[in-house]
Design a protein around this ligand. Structure first.
Ligand SMILES: *[C@@H]1O[C@H](CO)[C@@H](O)[C@H](O)[C@H]1NC(C)=O
Ligand SMILES: *[C@@H]1O[C@H](CO)[C@@H](O)[C@H](O)[C@H]1NC(C)=O
Ligand SMILES: *[C@@H]1O[C@H](CO)[C@@H](O)[C@H](O)[C@H]1NC(C)=O
Ligand SMILES: *[C@@H]1O[C@H](CO)[C@@H](O)[C@H](O)[C@H]1NC(C)=O
Length: 772
C-alpha cells in the first residue's frame, strides 16, 4: 500500500513543475506555499492597491476594507455589529433600498482571525465579498440577544415595508461569502436563529462556511433561509444542528460538497424550477430532503425538479420526503449514486407511504417523473429505476463526479504574490494595460501567484495567459477588451487566450470578470486552450463574463436602450470557446450578456448583441457548473465535444428575438460550428449538441420569457418553438431538464420531440430523463 501511495503522491508533485516549465519562462517554479504556521492569510497583509475605475472618485473610494480598521475587535466579547456594518457600508455604497444595483462600488470586506460577536444582521451590500481568513476561519457569533432576520443578510426586508426589500431578488447579483464559522448556538433553541438570509441570484457564491446551530429536539434554527431569487452556486459548506440545515426556494441553484450533521431536516425545498445537488453528505438527521411537491401550475408552484448526484446518507430515517404522493408528474426527482447506511426509507411521502424502501444500500439511478428516449415523443411516468448515465472515468474521482474547491492559496506567503499594479498596470479603465499585463504574466507565471488588484484593466489586443498561471482577482477584477482589434465580426479576434494553442499545464483563474467595451462585434472574449495533465488542474472559479450593462462598457441605456438596433450595440462575437485540445473545470461561471443596465436605477432593458455563448469542442474532461444567458445564436454549443459533466446549466433567450431572428445581426460561420435554424426556429438555441459523445447533463433550466420584449407568448409556452437540439450522431443523457416558454423541450436533428405540454410541473415543464 505505502509504496503505491508514495508513487502516486510523487507523480502529482512531479507533474506540476513539469507543466509549469512548459508554459512559462520564469526561473524558480512555485512548488507550494511558504507561509509560516502563525502567519495570517496573505490577503490581510498584501498591499491594498485595488480601485474602482468607474467610481465617481476612484482615488478615494476604498475597495479593500479590514473590519478591524473600522473598530471591530474580534475578541468575542465586544459587540462588533456596528463596526462590521460600517466597514461594509462606508463610501456611498449600493444599498439601503435607495440603490438597486451598481458596479462602481465593489468591496472586499476582510475579517482577520478571531471571534466577532454580533447582535443584529451583518448586511451584505450589493457587489460585496465577505472574506474570512482562510487559514483559520473567523467565527461570527450571534449574541444571545441577537435580533433580526439572519447573521448575514443579503437582501433585507424594509421594516413596515409590506414585504419590500432592498434589492430585487432575481437581480441580486455579485455576492460572495467565504471562510467563516457562523455560530447561532448562544441564541435560544426555539428562536428562529438563521445563519444566512441568502436571497440572491447569478454571480453569487458561498464557499467554505460552517454554520453551528442548536441540536435540541425543539430547535428552530436554520442555516440558510432563501425564499426566492435566481442563481447561483454554493459549495464546501457544513451545517451542524438546526431544524433545517437549509430552507430554500429559488428558481435554480447548484450545490456541491455540502454536509449536514444532526439536523432535523437537512434540506427543506420550498419551490424551484430545478436544483442540482452534487456530493451531499447527511448524517444523523430525521429527514434528508423534505421537498414540497404537488403544484402543477404556476399559481401553486412547488419544487418542480430536484436532482441529487453522489450522496452519502447515514443514520437518517428518511432520505427524501415529498409532501404529496405522486401518481403523475408533480415534483420530478432524480437520485444517482446515493449510498444509504441505516436509512429505512429512501423515498417517502409525508403521510408515511413508502415509495422506495431504503436500508443499507446504494441507489444507482432512480427517478420520479416523465421518462423519454430517442425520437419517441411518448413518455412513461416512472417511479423507479431509470437509465443510468454514462460517466466517463476522466470525469470521476472515487466513483463520484470530480469536484475541486476554489484555490485560495491560503498556505502561500505574501512574498509569493506579484501584484499587476506593482508591475505597472494601471487598472484605471482608460490606460491601455495590454503590455504591462502581458509582461507580468510572461515574467512571473508559474513562479508567483499573480494578484490582479481590483480595477478595470483595458486591453486592446490579445492577452495570453500562459499555461502554469495561477491568478486571482479582488472583488471581481475586470479585464476589459476594447478597440479596433475586436471590431470586425468577419475577422473575430481573441481577447483573452487561456493557454497558447497546444499548451499543457495547470491554470487557475478566480475572482475575475471578463468584459468588453463596445462596440466589439469581433471579440472572442475568452479562448480556452490549456490542457491540464492533472484532473481539474485548469479551471475558473467565481469568474464571470459580463457583456454590456455597466459603466465603462459603452453598452448601456444611453447607447443601447431597449429596441435599439445599432451597430454600436455589439458586445461580442463569442463569449467562451473551449478548443478541441483543452480541458476545463468551470465552477460558478456566469456568461451573461446584460439584459439591463446595472448602473442605471431604472434597470430598463437593453438591446445589445453577443453572437454566441459557450462553444465547446473539447475532448474533455470538462465540468461545467455554470450558466450562459442571452446570446444570439446559442447559449451552449457542443460541437465534437466529449466527456462533459454539466449541471446545473441555466440559460435565457434574448428578449428582443424574433426581431431580428437569429443569426441576425450575426451570420452563420461554419468555421465556428454554428448551429442551423430550421424554419420556425426564430430564437436562440439554449443547448445545441452536434457529434458529441459522453455528455452528461444533470440539471438544466432553459427559459424563454419574451418575444420582442412582450410576454404574451409565455402563457401559451410559445415564445419559441425549440430550445434544445441533439443530433443523432451524439451520445448524451439529460436528467432534470426544465424549460419555460418553448413549445418543444427537446429536439432531435432539428425536429421537436418532447412537447412541453406533456410535462407541465409548475411555471416550468420538466423532463425527468431523456436518453439517446
Ligand atoms: C425584478 O426583476 C425582474 C427581472 O428584471 C422583473 O421582471 C420584476 O418585475 C422585478 N420585480 C420587482 C419587484 O421590481
Ligand atoms: C418571495 O418569497 C416570499 C415568502 O415566500 C413571498 O411572500 C414573496 O411574494 C416572494 N417574492 C417574490 C418576488 O417572489
Ligand atoms: C468539501 O468541503 C470541505 C469543507 O467543508 C473541504 O475541506 C473539502 O476539501 C471539499 N472537497 C472538495 C472535493 O471540494
Ligand atoms: C437611465 O435610464 C433612463 C430610463 O431608460 C434614461 O432616461 C436615462 O437617460 C438613463 N440614464 C443614463 C445616465 O443613461
Amino acid at each position: 500500500m505505502a509504496p503505491t501511495l508514495l508513487l502516486l503522491a510523487y507523480g502529482l508533485l512531479a507533474s506540476a513543475p513539469l507543466a509549469l516549465a512548459l508554459g512559462s519562462a520564469c526561473s524558480t517554479p512555485i512548488s507550494g506555499g511558504t507561509a509560516a504556521a502563525g502567519d495570517p492569510f496573505w490577503m490581510q497583509n498584501i498591499d491594498h492597491q485595488g480601485t474602482s475605475a468607474f467610481n465617481p472618485d476612484p482615488s478615494t473610494y476604498q475597495v479593500f476594507r479590514n473590519v478591524k480598521d473600522f473598530g471591530a475587535t474580534g475578541n468575542g466579547v465586544t459587540d462588533d455589529t456596528d463596526a462590521i456594518n460600517s466597514a461594509i457600508s462606508s463610501g456611498s455604497r449600493c444599498g439601503d433600498a435607495t440603490c438597486s444595483s451598481s458596479t462602481v462600488t465593489p468591496a472586499v470586506v476582510f475579517f482577520p482571525q478571531g471571534t466577532y460577536l454580533v447582535s443584529s444582521p451583518i448586511i451584505a451590500y450589493y457587489y460585496t465579498q465577505l472574506i474570512g481568513d482562510a487559514r483559520v476561519p473567523p467565527t461570527i457569533r450571534a449574541s444571545s440577544s441577537f435580533s433580526g432576520m439572519a447573521v448575514i443578510d443579503a437582501d433585507p426586508y424594509i421594516p413596515n415595508g409590506y414585504g419590500a426589500e432592498w434589492y430585487n431578488s432575481t437581480n441580486n447579483f455579485y455576492r460572495s461569502v467565504r471562510n467563516f464559522v457562523i455560530d447561532v448556538t448562544e441564541m435560544s433553541a426555539t428562536s428562529s436563529a438563521t445563519g444566512l438570509h441568502w436571497q440572491v441570484s447569478q454571480g453569487t457564491s458561498l464557499y467554505n462556511l460552517v454554520v453551528e446551530m442548536s441540536t435540541a429536539s425543539n430547535t428552530a434554527h436554520q442555516g440558510i433561509f432563501m425564499e426566492n431569487g435566481s442563481g447561483g452556486f454554493m459549495g464546501d459548506l457544513v451545517f451542524n444542528g438546526g431544524k433545517y440545515g437549509i430552507w430554500v426556494g429559488n428558481q435554480q441553484f447548484t450545490v456541491r460538497n455540502v454536509t449536514f450533521n444532526n439536523a432535523n431536516t437537512a434540506v427543506y425545498m420550498d419551490w424551484n424550477w430545478g436544483w442540482t445537488f452534487q456530493d451531499i453528505t447527511i448524517n444523523n438527521c430525521q429527514i434528508g430532503f423534505d421537498v414540497r411537491t404537488g403544484g402543477l401550475s404556476e399559481s401553486e408552484q412547488s419544487a418542480g425538479a430536484v436532482a441529487i448526484i453522489d450522496a452519502t446518507v447515514s443514520n437518517t430515517p428518511v432520505f427524501v420526503q415529498t409532501t404529496e404522493a405522486s401518481t403523475s408528474l408533480a415534483g420530478s426527482l432524480v437520485l444517482n449514486n446515493c449510498q444509504l447506511t441505516d436509512v429505512p426509507t429512501a423515498v417517502g411521502v409525508a403521510n408515511g407511504d413508502v415509495v422506495l424502501a431504503g436500508g443499507t444500500t446504494t441507489i444507482a439511478s432512480w427517478g420520479q417523473g416523465n421518462v423519454y428516449s430517442g425520437t419517441n415523443n411518448g413518455h412513461t411516468f416512472v417511479q423507479g429505476n431509470i437509465a443510468a448515465p454514462t460517466k466517463p472515468g476522466s470525469l470521476l474521482s472515487n466513483g463520484r463526479i470530480f469536484g475541486r474547491t476554489r484555490p485560495q492559496y491560503e498556505n502561500y506567503a505574501v512574498s509569493q504574490f506579484v501584484s499587476v499594479k506593482s508591475e505597472g498596470a494601471k487598472g484605471d479603465g482608460h490606460t491601455d494595460d495590454t503590455a504591462a499585463l502581458q509582461s507580468t504574466l510572461n515574467k512571473y507565471s508559474g513562479c508567483n501567484i499573480i494578484f490582479f488588484d481590483a480595477g478595470t484593466y483595458l486591453i486592446t489586443s490579445t492577452l495570453t495567459i500562459p499555461a502554469g498561471t495561477q491568478m486571482i482577482g479582488e472583488a471581481w477584477t475586470v479585464i476589459m477588451g476594447s478597440g479596433s482589434a475586436f471590431a470586425d465580426q468577419s475577422n473575430p479576434t481573441v481577447m483573452v487566450e487561456v493557454g497558447e494553442s497546444g499548451s499543457s499545464g495547470i491554470l487557475e483563474i478566480s475572482d475575475i470578470l471578463f468584459v468588453t467595451q463596445g462596440p466589439t462585434p469581433g471579440a472572442i472574449v475568452v479562448e480556452w486552450n490549456v490542457n491540464s495533465p492533472s484532473q481539474g488542474g485548469a479551471g475558473m472559479w467565481d469568474t464571470h463574463f459580463r457583456l454590456g450593462g455597466a459603466d465603462g462598457t459603452n453598452l448601456q441605456t444611453a447607447q443601447c436602450p431597449h429596441g435599439s438596433d445599432s451597430n454600436s450595440c455589439f458586445a461580442a462575437f463569442l463569449a467562451l470557446h473551449l478548443t478541441s485540445g483543452s480541458n476545463a473545470y468551470l465552477e460558478g461561471t456566469w456568461v451573461w450578456l446584460a439584459d439591463h443596465d446595472l448602473d442605471n436605477a431604472s434597470q430598463d432593458q437593453l438591446t445589445i448583441f453577443s453572437g454566441r455563448g459557450i462553444l465547446s469542442q473539447s475532448a474533455g474532461p470538462v465540468w461545467m457548473i455554470g450558466t450562459a444567458e442571452h446570446h444570439t445564436l446559442y447559449q451552449y454549443n457542443l460541437a465534437g465535444a466529449q466527456n462533459h459533466y454539466m449541471g446545473l446549466i441555466q440559460t435565457e433567450t434574448p428578449y428582443y428575438q424574433p426581431s431580428p431572428a437569429p443569426p441576425s445581426p450575426f451570420s452563420i460561420e461554419s468555421s465556428y460550428s454554428d448551429p442551423s435554424f430550421p424554419s420556425g426556429q426564430t430564437a436562440a438555441w439554449a443547448l445545441y449538441v452536434q457529434t458529441s459523445t459522453d455528455i452528461l447533463v444533470f440539471g438544466a433550466g432553459h427559459y424563454s420569457f419574451f418575444q420582442n420584449y412582450a410576454q404574451t407568448c409565455l402563457s401559451s409556452n410559445s415564445c419559441q418553438e425549440q430550445i434544445v437540439s441533439v443530433d443523432s450522431s451524439s451520445s448524451l443523457s439529460i436528467y432534470s431538464l426544465s424549460t419555460i416558454g418553448s413549445t418543444y423541450q427537446l429536439s432531435v436533428n432539428g425536429a421537436g420531440v418532447i412537447s412541453q405540454s406533456s410535462n407541465v410541473d409548475g411555471l416550468q415543464s420538466t423532463v425527468t430523463v431523456w436518453t439517446q
